[in-house]
Write a protein that binds this ligand. Structure first.
Ligand SMILES: Cc1cc2nc3c(=O)[nH]c(=O)nc-3n(C[C@H](O)[C@H](O)[C@H](O)COP(=O)(O)O)c2cc1C
Length: 165
């Protein structure tokens, strides 16, 4: 295989940018900016996330997690959660949040979020596929136009930011 072609071709896949958050039931909280996300079923509503197995988020999101949608204006928020999370003064890496029904932090600034119960983890490769059933949805305010025009995308983060390839 031509590894340069593999990298370029895989980087043709368009991605939205999300913050995965979780609370493990023992008070440990994690958050990570992720892009390997898609819905995979209507009934029940399922989505999958590719989660790095050596990340704090992987262990913390073993049972449930929230996926916070980032808006076009949240570029700096995406960069905040590329780094390990700290919880101080009731904020998550400086960001205000509230607790969702699964215990996962819901970012106040996110235009929308869903909460999921983990149904399966496909253990292959350096990221595992975490399958979640959507059990709760939060919409900050009604959206004008197509919902997918609201979301921050990988290409909005700059010419040299990729995750994939
Ligand atoms: C552009 C970009 C996209 C990322 N996408 C993912 C992803 O889809 N899944 C994932 O597990 N980590 C992803 N990461 C890495 C996490 O953001 C990072 O591991 C995490 O925030 C740091 O937490 P940790 O110290 O627990 O690993 C991405 C990083 C970057 C820079």
């Amino acid at each position: 295989m031509n590894v340069d072609a593999k990298k370029t071709v895989l980087r043709m896949i368009p991605y939205g940018i999300y913050v995965l958050t979780a609370e493990d039931g023992a008070g440990n909280v994690a958050a990570a900016t992720v892009n390997w996300v898609t819905q995979t079923a209507f009934a029940p509503p399922l989505l999958v996330v590719g989660v790095k197995t050596d990340s704090g988020a992987y262990k913390t999101a073993a049972k449930s997690f929230a996926l916070n949608m980032l808006g076009k204006e949240h570029k700096s928020l995406a960069f905040t959660f590329f780094r390990p999370t700290d919880v101080a003064d009731g904020k998550l890496s400086g960001q205000p949040y509230r607790k969702g029904t699964t215990g996962a932090p819901i970012l106040i600034d996110a235009p929308g979020a869903v909460e999921c119960k983990v149904t399966t983890v496909v253990e292959q490769g350096d990221h595992h596929i975490v399958v979640g059933e959507v059990v709760e949805a939060h919409l900050k305010r009604p959206l004008a136009g197509r919902p997918d025009t609201t979301i921050l995308e990988m290409k909005d983060l700059g010419d040299n930011v990729f995750y994939g390839g």
